[in-house]
Design a protein around this ligand. Structure first.
Ligand SMILES: [Zn+2]
Length: 409
């Protein structure tokens, strides 16, 4: 299987199996087939083999009215399957039955699974299993349309079906246990990939200095965990719909034992994928716990630093108080000695201390300069210490918002 994602709408990779010849492969060009008028579907071989798996690209075919119309007409695919909302869905299962002119019932079933495949290097890709199965009740022949199937899953389909049991082909649901086996295998790998990344985070020890968690990486792992949980929950619902539909159809199907076997296998995969879903939910919670711990360790470290800064400030404040006390103690005597040392006082006369008549000059200079100094301090303080509302406006102008619960840690 070399081509699973044809580049052109009309290129189809076809794998066919029948009792005797076994598997064969061929590639066809649908546009070329459509140029010849044919009553058959033109794609499957004639006579039709027991199993025909056709790999095609729904994303490309969706844009080609000619190819899309052919799939709707010849394989009886519902038009809604090709709709935009069906394309954007994250999972579903559908079933319709039809009756041939001789009264034999045929079944068309279709399902869609999404799987997030994660690499250890944090690279990820989405696997989309988009399958349509047409089962002919008269001949028990099956056509499987596998759209946009990744290469390794396409390879696995053939490996799983190396030697199909012809009796299994009597059930219209025979292909689904094989499909669910692939879904389970890849979902398990995705869940364990998340678990390994979570475990790596859990094993990290605290650094000696300030913790500096890689929040982007932590949130990326949490996002992957959420996506894996979502795909698993949807897969479980899809399998439940499959089981419900199979249970409804069971009485009308011919081989009771074969149907019972298929039903048991479907139930097993429902149980298995439900368990994976629980493990994935646990991964999700463990990752959220680690993110919470990362926030708390940084906040705790910053709070400890703030306490140290507060204690240092308190020690500085005590020193400044001592200096201020000494300054205040010596300030009045300094002022008095400065006054008495002025030349307005004369103690050299015989009558003792004489105050100059010009002492008013001192007040003329002292009072205005004091008033000017106080006024200048008042206006400068008013100008440069803006009120609280004005500071908030500046924060808004700088696009900085502070919520009540937000810290700068
Ligand atoms: Zn086309």
């Amino acid at each position: 299987m070399t081509k699973t994602r044809p580049a052109r709408c009309s290129i189809l990779d076809i794998y066919e199996w029948d009792i005797g010849p076994g598997w064969s492969q061929r590639t066809v060009d649908l546009h070329e087939i459509l140029s010849h008028d044919s009553k058959e579907d033109g794609v499957t071989a004639s006579p039709r083999p027991a199993i025909c798996i056709i790999f095609a690209s729904a994303n490309i075919i969706r844009k080609c009215e000619l190819c899309r119309g052919h799939f709707i007409d010849k394989f009886k695919m519902p038009k809604v399957w090709w709709s935009d909302y069906s394309k954007k869905s994250n999972g579903y299962f559908g079933c319709q039955r039809s009756r041939s002119p001789n009264g034999q019932e045929s079944f068309d079933t279709w399902t869609y699974f999404e799987i997030k495949k994660l690499e250890p290097t944090a690279i990820y890709s989405w696997y989309k299993l988009n399958i349509f199965v047409r089962w002919d009740g008269e001949s028990h022949q099956t056509v499987v349309l596998a759209f946009d199937t990744p290469y390794d899953i396409a390879q696995s389909f053939r490996d799983l079906l190396v030697a199909p049991d012809p009796r299994d082909l009597h059930s219209p649901f025979w292909f689904y246990p094989h499909l669910l086996s692939e879904v389970a295998r890849h979902q398990e790998a995705a869940v364990w990939a998340i678990r390994n990344q979570v475990r790596e985070v859990e094993k990290q020890t605290l650094p000696l200095g300030r913790p500096n968690p890689d929040y982007r990486n932590l949130h990326d792992i949490a996002r992957h965990a959420l996506h894996v949980s979502e795909t698993l929950e949807v897969a479980v619902k899809t399998i439940k719909s499959m089981l419900d539909r199979h249970r409804d159809l069971w009485p009308s199907l011919s081989d009771f034992d074969a149907e019972q076997g298929i039903h048991s296998q479907l139930q097993f995969f429902e149980s298995y994928i439900s368990s994976l879903s629980s493990r994935s939910a646990s991964n999700e919670k463990r990752m959220l716990n680690e993110i919470q711990l990362a926030f708390n360790t940084v906040a705790q470290h910053d709070a400890s630093t703030s306490v140290k800064i507060g204690l240092a400030t308190q020690a500085d404040s005590l020193t400044m108080k001592s200096i201020a006390l000494v300054t205040l103690t010596f300030l009045p005597p300094t002022f008095v000695s400065a006054i008495f040392s002025m030349s307005f006082f004369d103690n050299s006369t015989e009558s003792g201390w004489v105050l100059s008549e010009k002492f008013w000059i001192y007040w003329v200079f002292a009072i205005p300069t004091t008033l000017f100094t106080v006024a200048a301090w008042y206006f400068l303080q008013k100008k440069y210490s803006a009120p609280a509302p004005l500071r908030e406006e500046k924060f808004h102008a700088l696009n900085i918002s502070i919520s009540p619960n937000q810290s700068f840690a």
